[in-house]
Every structure is written in structure tokens, then in C-alpha cells.
Design a binder for this molecule. Structure first.
Ligand code: UD1
Length: 415
């Protein structure tokens, strides 16, 4: 439950990036040596699901606070079952590593957020181009490459974070060179590549749209410090902007948020950098100005911050246009925000948000991870109490959100 009206002031520590950590856990499947991670986000449902999956496969996973050690030496099975995979789409990322190292993998078609159909056709087609034989059988992707994968020139028809990562990992142990063209350029991909390189992989070009991987015979263990979560950072930047206050986001990476910060500055708030920290402040007497946003693959505006920015626009001066180009069904937060008094109209993949003077607290329903945090943000500025139901969505991706917001002055508690 959130009681609105408090400006946020103080310091929020930023956690390690969930969307990098989940993939690096899969990268540990590529070697029989131990891989150690620092700054792994703690107590997240998605991290627990991935741990459950790796343990099911036979890996030893040790976690202590933000440290994590994975050993995939002995493996019991090459099947990732529906019951675990359905909880989180990130589990499809075991496909490439298992296939590359063991020549076979059977992975349930994934579930995850209800934000669109989210197929995995590009993952499958690209693995086929590397020599895999793939069958879809009773909801499972069954891939075999008894003679191992070979290098290929892959041109993705569409930019996909997951397909880029799955193929980059698979190619590390393939015979010969693989080129991934029209690759995704997200910072999490660069960090995953850095981790793989420490393990002995030969990768060039991560962070550009063409990644070249020269296959090696085997990979070794490594130590890696996971980069800060740019979506968590962006979310708290919006929280500070909306409530009017002054917040220091500790251990963030400003360069990973250029598009979001560019837009946020236009709303009239102040953003500064102090070493590894980002300072965000707004004079509560200066109203936020409406802006237009359109989601795009990195370095464009991230779809994972769309819902949060929309929550902010509900109380900005003027009207803003929000266009979603990555996922076809990512406006499920709109009816819930409207129940709190927002004025949002959806037309196709765009939403017009007309700013209102005040939101009013209400009982609302979280539908996916980022939509649920948008409702929390709205609750921070709404008059009265907002109860967000189904917060398990929130717990998938925000480490200690109640504690972090509470420490900077929000009135928030888990019911
Ligand atoms: C990742 C992130 C997610 C983020 C998204 C886009 C993780 C665990 N999740 O998801 O938070 O919102 O990137 O930045 O890192 N597509 C296909 N066929 C495929 C694969 C994807 O059509 O084989 C489509 C998807 O339906 C979507 C678009 O491509 O419309 C982009 O999806 P993708 O980048 O693959 O997202 P994820 O990796 O699933």
C-alpha cells in the first residue's frame, strides 16, 4: 500500500541488472568450471526462478547476499521443464548454451510477462543456420546438434535482445566464425560479452549491430561484476521527478540512460552526475512539462521504461504522446492509471496522456513487471491510499523496492 504526497529525498542504492544477471547465469552452463558473480540482484523472483532451473538441470548454485557462484560441471538433464520456464521468459536463454556444450537441449516454450505473443522464432531459425536440427514437440523446443554447432552468417530480421544473447552464447563453442548482423546493442549484451570473454570466448563488436564470435574448444570459469540496472535507475529517476525532491542514485551508469535522460530533462527536472552516482531533483513548485516518447531498441528509448514515463505524464502540464513499437500489448497499465484519475486514451500502438492536476488513490491490479511499478509511482503522488494487487510481478524485478522507497521518505508498505 502506498500513501501519496511525500517528496523523496535521500540516497537509493542501485542493484545489479536483472536482465544481465539472468543471462550470465545461463552462460555458466557453457563451462564445467565455476563462474562467480558479484553485484547479483538479491531476492528477485526471476533470479530465484533461474536458480531453480539451473539446479533442476544439475548445476550447483550458491548465493550469499549479492554474490553468486555457479558450477555446471556435472549436469543431470538437458530438459528445461514447462513448470519452471513458464514463470519467466529469460529461461529460454539456456537453449543456446546447452546445445553448444552438450549437442542437445529440450526447452519448454516460454511464458513471462503478458505483454504480447513474444515468439522465439528468431532464436530457433538462427540455431538451425548454425547446424541445429529443431523440432517443436508438445510445447517443447527440441534441438539437436550431434556433431556440434558450426559458425554462420546470421542476419536477424528484427532486433531482439534475447536472440542476440542466445546466439552469441551458442557461437562461443561453435566451430568457426559466427557473425550476428542486426544484433541488439543493449548494455546488458555488452556486459554478457565481457563475462564470456573472461571465460575465454572470442567476441568482437558487442554493443554495435554486428557481433563476431570465433568459436573456441572450451570455456573456463571467471569472476564478473554485474553492471548496474539501468531500468531500476530510470524508474527511481521518474519517482524523484514525480514527487519533487532530491534523490541520489548510487552506483548507476548515466551513459546507459541517454535516451531516457534526454527526455526527462525536457520535463524540467535537474539531472547531474557525481562520479558513479546520478542526482535527480525537482522543485515541487515547478510543474513537470509533458513530452512525447517512442520506444525503440537501444540506444533508443527503452520499452521497459515506457509505463513509468506514462505514469509521470499523467500529472504533467499538457499532453504527451506515448508510442510503443517493441511489444504489441504493452498498455495494460492504462486502465489502471485511468482508475486513479488519469486521462489516457489509447489508439493502436499510441496513447495520448493528458495531464491532470491530481491522481486519486485506488485499488489497482498489477499486470506485468513494469506496469506494476508504474502503479507504485502513481501511488506516490496520488491523494490518499493506493493498494497495488498482485505485487509478485513487482517482486520479479525490483530488489527491496519497499525498503528503498521507504528510506527516501515514501509512505509504502507491503500489506
Ligand atoms: C528483453 C528483456 C525485456 C525487454 C526486451 C526489449 C530480458 C529478460 N528481457 O526481452 O525486459 O522489454 O528485451 O528491450 O532481458 N521477437 C520475435 N521473435 C523472436 C524474438 C523476439 O518476433 O524470436 C520480437 C518480440 O516479440 C518483440 C521484439 O522481437 O516484439 C523484441 O523482443 P526481444 O528483444 O527479443 O525481447 P526479450 O529478449 O524477450
Amino acid at each position: 500500500m502506498v500513501t501519496g504526497g511525500q517528496p523523496l529525498n535521500g540516497t537509493i542504492p542501485i542493484s545489479g541488472a536483472k536482465n544481465a544477471a539472468l543471462k550470465m547465469m545461463c552462460a555458466a552452463l557453457l563451462t564445467d568450471q565455476s563462474v562467480y558473480f558479484e553485484n547479483a540482484p538479491n531476492s528477485l523472483r526471476d533470479m530465484n526462478s533461474q536458480t531453480e532451473l539451473l539446479e533442476y538441470l544439475g548445476c550447483a548454485v550458491k548465493r550469499e547476499g549479492h554474490l553468486m557462484a555457479i558450477n555446471a560441471g556435472p549436469i543431470d538433464t538437458l530438459t528445461a521443464p514447462y513448470d519452471i520456464v513458464r514463470k519467466m521468459r529469460g529461461s529460454i536463454l539456456v537453449l543456446g548454451p546447452l546445445l553448444a556444450r552438450f549437442g542437445e537441449a529440450k526447452v519448454s516454450l516460454p511464458g513471462g510477462c503478458a505483454i504480447g505473443t513474444r515468439p522465439v522464432d528468431m532464436h530457433i531459425k538462427a540455431l538451425e543456420e548454425m547446424g541445429a536440427e529443431v523440432e517443436i514437440d508438445e510445447g517443447y523446443i527440441h534441438a539437436k546438434a550431434p556433431k556440434g554447432l558450426h559458425g554462420a552468417k546470421i542476419l536477424f530480421p528484427k532486433v531482439s535482445v534475447g536472440a542476440t544473447e542466445n546466439l552469441m552464447m551458442a557461437a562461443t563453442l561453435a566451430k568457426g566464425e559466427t557473425t550476428l548482423a542486426n544484433a541488439a546493442r543493449e548494455p546488458e549484451i555488452v556486459d554478457l560479452a565481457a563475462c564470456l570473454i573472461k571465460m575465454g570466448a572470442k567476441i568482437r563488436g558487442a554493443g554495435t549491430d554486428t557481433i563476431r564470435i570465433e568459436g573456441v574448444r572450451k570455456l573456463d570459469g571467471a569472476h564478473h561484476f554485474i553492471l548496474p540496472d539501468r531500468i531500476e535507475t530510470g524508474t527511481y529517476m521518474v519517482a524523484a521527478a514525480m514527487t519533487g525532491g532530491s534523490v541520489r542514485l548510487q552506483n548507476a551508469r548515466i551513459e546507459h540512460l541517454s535516451a531516457a535522460i534526454g527526455h526527462l530533462s525536457q520535463t524540467g527536472i535537474d539531472i547531474d552526475q557525481d562520479g558513479q552516482d546520478i542526482l535527480v531533483s525537482r522543485d515541487p513548485n515547478t510543474p513537470l512539462k509533458a513530452i512525447d516518447i517512442m520506444t525503440e531498441p537501444h540506444p533508443g528509448f527503452p520499452t521497459d521504461l515506457q509505463a513509468q514515463f506514462m505514469a509521470m505524464l499523467t500529472i504533467a502540464e499538457g499532453a504527451g504522446l506515448v508510442t510503443e513499437t517493441i511489444f504489441e500489448n504493452r498498455f495494460m497499465h492504462v486502465p489502471e492509471l485511468n482508475r486513479m484519475g488519469a486521462n489516457i486514451t489509447v489508439q493502436g500502438n499510441s496513447a495520448i496522456v493528458r495531464g491532470v492536476e491530481k491522481l486519486k488513490g485506488a485499488e489497482v491490479m498489477a499486470t506485468d513487471l513494469r506496469a506494476s511499478v508504474a502503479l507504485v509511482l502513481a501511488g506516490l503522488v496520488a491523494e490518499g491510499d493506493t493498494t497495488v494487487n498482485r505485487i509478485y510481478h513487482l517482486e520479479r524485478g525490483y530488489e527491496n523496492i519497499v525498503g528503498k522507497l521507504g528510506d527516501v521518505g515514501a509512505q509504502i508498505r507491503k500489506a
